[in-house]
Write a protein that binds this ligand. Structure first.
Ligand code: KG4
Ligand code: ZN
Length: 353
């Protein structure tokens, strides 16, 4: 089955063509980062306008790269939420029009589910049940993922934990701004932290009650704000390098501590990391080391599939299309679309071990 994936939930206009949910025939990503950098973050109105300009050439580029035409695909998958409403509408409406005019089945994909599928390209035989940590600019969620089929063809999700305030990527971007770095700051902090001393500054890891499996990053961010207010020199190298490394260590420890706590209670077969922040070199390193230490398999996507892309949307969409989970042309974008929200594994429930 050959599927066209379309992703426009935030500031990337992306199209991909994927065969059988595995083989990537084309993967085109246009990043709007240059448009938004002067404003220090994504400007929704500018994002939707640029998606409008780019959606057609990007989809055409994907077909050209794959050496295929519209008649060669078996279905279309587009992100329907969560994200910026104006941005989502561009990709979803384009997909609906293509599906309607060419009589192709259409799947609406949750962006977060897409991120979870980004792991499937490198690790099609990943073991379930898994704990999937999705860390991006907009989300920090931990899911319990079971498979009906033992593989990626039919996954079911329960929410285990989420951030109580900022998303991990948001914390990175805000701290970067405080330190005078450009948007998006996550990759820059990652680079600067490599030469800094991660023990230079101590952050108190926010206390989340023992049974809760949530995350919190705003305390760490506010601590950086206070430190910088008290000592302007922290905005300059070499102190800035140490601050980046120490901040990053606090974020990575927050992410690992909650994930480990959940793993000890739920006993998954593996841990899956995805989302833009999964590109972080220290996060990948710490999770790989500690998961191995805890006897857990650990899977993460190739760098190109960590940040927003349409290949992951095509992969998640393929699973849906194969199960006949199609949508009609009346499907709407939902900026607050949730994955498994009504199905949260409550932290105060008694766990079977
Ligand atoms: O998944 P994504 O492309 O978009 C959302 O769905 O939000 O994630 C973008 C986020 C940004 O906050 C960016 O700063 C962060 O991922 N990010 C990183 C790294 N690369 C991207 N954060 C830390 N380290 C990185 N190497
Ligand atoms: Zn994303």
């Amino acid at each position: 089955m050959i599927v066209l994936g379309i992703e426009t939930s935030c500031d990337e206009t992306a199209a991909a063509i994927v065969k059988d949910g595995r083989e990537i025939l084309a993967n085109v990503i246009y990043s709007q980062v240059k448009t938004h950098t002067p404003y220090g973050g994504v400007v929704p109105e500018l994002a939707s306008r640029e998606h409008l300009l780019k959606i057609r050439p990007i989809v055409e580029q994907a077909f050209a790269d794959a050496g295929l035409g519209l008649d060669d695909i078996d279905g279309i998958a587009a992100t329907s939420g969560p994200g910026l409403i104006g941005s989502l509408l561009v990709g979803l409406t384009y997909a609906k029009a293509l599906a309607f005019s060419k009589r192709k089945p259409l799947a609406a994909v949750n962006h977060i589910e897409g991120h979870i599928y980004s792991v499937s390209f490198e690790h099609p035989a990943a073991e379930f049940p898994a704990l999937a940590l999705v860390v991006s600019g907009g989300h920090t969620n931990l899911f319990w993922v079971e498979s009906e089929t033992g593989d990626f063809r039919h996954l079911k999700y329960k929410l285990v934990g989420k951030t109580r305030d900022d998303a991990a990527g948001e914390a990175y971007d805000k701290v970067a701004k405080l330190l005078g770095l450009t948007y998006p700051g996550g990759p820059i902090i990652d680079r600067l932290a490599k030469t800094g001393n991660r023990d230079a500054f101590r952050f108190t890891i926010p206390k989340i009650s023992d049974r809760a499996l949530d995350f919190s990053f705003s305390g760490i961010k506010t601590a950086v704000l206070q430190m910088v207010k008290e000592n302007e020199k922290l905005k300059e190298d070499p102190l800035r390098l140490d601050l980046c490394a120490s901040f990053q260590e606090a974020v990575v420890n927050m992410l690992w501590n909650t994930t480990l706590k959940a793993a000890e209670r739920l006993r998954p077969h593996s841990i899956m990391l995805s989302g833009g922040v999964a590109a972080n070199s220290r996060l990948r390193e710490v999770f790989a080391e500690r998961a191995a230490g805890a006897g857990l398999k650990f899977y993460y996507p190739k760098l190109i599939f960590t940040t927003d892309n349409a290949a992951m949307i095509a992969a998640a969409g393929t699973a849906k299309l194969m199960r006949g989970e199609t949508v009609g042309i009346d499907v709407n974008a939902d900026p607050n679309l949730r994955l498994a929200v009504s199905d949260r594994i409550l932290p105060n429930k008694r766990w079977k071990s």
